[in-house]
Design a binder for this molecule. Structure first.
Ligand code: UFG
Length: 343
């Protein structure tokens, strides 16, 4: 019998790529998703890519009763990867209560249901945003966390604190929190990728939508930061590399290799690229010119954020191998496929 894993938010961007990697590593996958920011079409695309159709349950994890029922039907699960959450930084500033309610109720309901059913392994989808404005770079897991700028970011920090308390209170429960830097890129098949809702907040989908003619112009938020070209530096990571780290984290929990009941790992490449680096690489890869303009800084952006990935390498045996060019070309292929589909 295969080891069964529940993936909440498995129809979403990082979730769907992780489902593929899990299937390819011979896990049985059950997806819980409310489809609030994703589509059920993703299930058939995963089927097309892997030859396996994961079980899908449409469930609103904010609803305790519904969550409990969904878990009840899958008591024989060995672990949960919890992606399901709202993730738009700007929206979270406008609607903080919606973000706290959705992201934290869901987490609590999932943990409670796991507890009821003795499902003792948990992987959390966290973010580098928990480091706030770091004083030292590259960021190691030993860097102190700070209150993130946005309510969205704060839900990640609070979630980690909840996990810290819960793992301490329970003999059997183990968790790994994976702190993502800047995930971009799409699956090489061109079948799945990011589906931003409305106007994208993030750089990569904004670039590809501008190049595809959906947006007029990319606004570059500030060129007066203390960096080599004045634009902020980030650690962009290919979503497929990120997905592979989740499989290794699951295996670490199942083999009971973790050293503490709650572990944290940075997931990035360790390389920093500026906004202008990304634009120039996009222009090179696509042999086109991007329409962009420098404008004022955006609130909450930090000048530089890039990871030390030593711990993930040492403990998970993981490192990212896809370079920026591949991240960008796969994002572009995905954008073009999306446009052809909506024509
Ligand atoms: N940027 C632009 N123009 C845009 C969009 C982004 O210039 O239209 C710039 C930003 O100012 C920033 C860089 O591109 O310098 C990257 O911005 P993203 O929005 O793509 O990524 P962030 O680093 O701001 O966001 C990431 C994650 C969030 C997380 C946040 C915390 O996507 O989930 O880090 O730092 F909350």
């Amino acid at each position: 019998m295969k080891n069964k894993i529940i993936v909440t938010g498995g129809c979403g961007y990082i979730g769907s790529h992780t489902v593929i990697e899990l299937i390819e590593n011979d896990f049985e996958v059950v997806i819980f998703d409310d489809l609030s920011n994703s589509t059920e079409k993703t299930i058939s695309r995963i089927h097309k890519i892997t030859g396996v159709k994961p079980t899908f349950i449409k469930v609103d994890l904010k609803n305790q009763e519904a969550t409990s029922k969904a878990f009840e039907a899958h008591k024989d699960t060995l672990g949960v990867i919890h992606f399901a959450a709202h993730k738009a930084v700007g929206e979270s500033v406008e609607k903080p209560l919606m973000y706290y309610k959705n992201n934290l109720y869901s987490l609590l309901n999932v943990l409670e249901s796991q507890n009821e059913n003795n499902i003792n392994n948990f992987i959390f989808s966290s973010s580098a945003t928990v480091y706030g404005t770091p004083n030292t770079l590259p960021i190691t897991e030993k860097n102190e966390t700070q209150r993130p700028f946005s309510p969205y970011g704060n839900t990640k920090k609070i979630a980690e604190e909840i996990l810290d308390d819960f793992t301490k209170s329970s003999q059997d429960f183990s968790a790994i929190s994976l702190r993502y830097f800047n995930p971009i890129g799409a699956h090489e098949s061109g079948e799945i990728g990011e589906l931003p809702n409305g106007i994208p907040n993030n750089l990569m989908p904004y670039i590809t939508q501008t190049a595809a003619g959906v947006r007029d112009k990319l606004m570059v938020y500030g060129n007066d930061y203390p960096t080599k070209d004045g634009t902020p530096i980030r650690d962009y990571i290919h979503v497929v590399d990120l997905a592979k780290a989740h499989v290794l984290a699951v295996k670490r929990l199942l083999k009971k290799e973790q050293e503490t009941a709650l572990e944290y790992f940075n997931l990035g490449t360790g390389l920093g690229y500026s906004v202008l680096d990304v634009i120039k690489t996009f222009e090179k890869v696509t042999e086109s010119k991007l329409n962009y303009e420098i404008t004022d800084r955006r609130d909450g952006d930090v000048p530089q954020l890039y990871a030390s990935t030593d711990l993930a390498k040492e403990k998970l045996g993981w490192s990212a191998d896809r370079a920026l060019e591949e991240m960008i070309s796969s994002s572009w292929t995905w954008e073009q496929n999306l446009r052809n589909e909506t024509k």
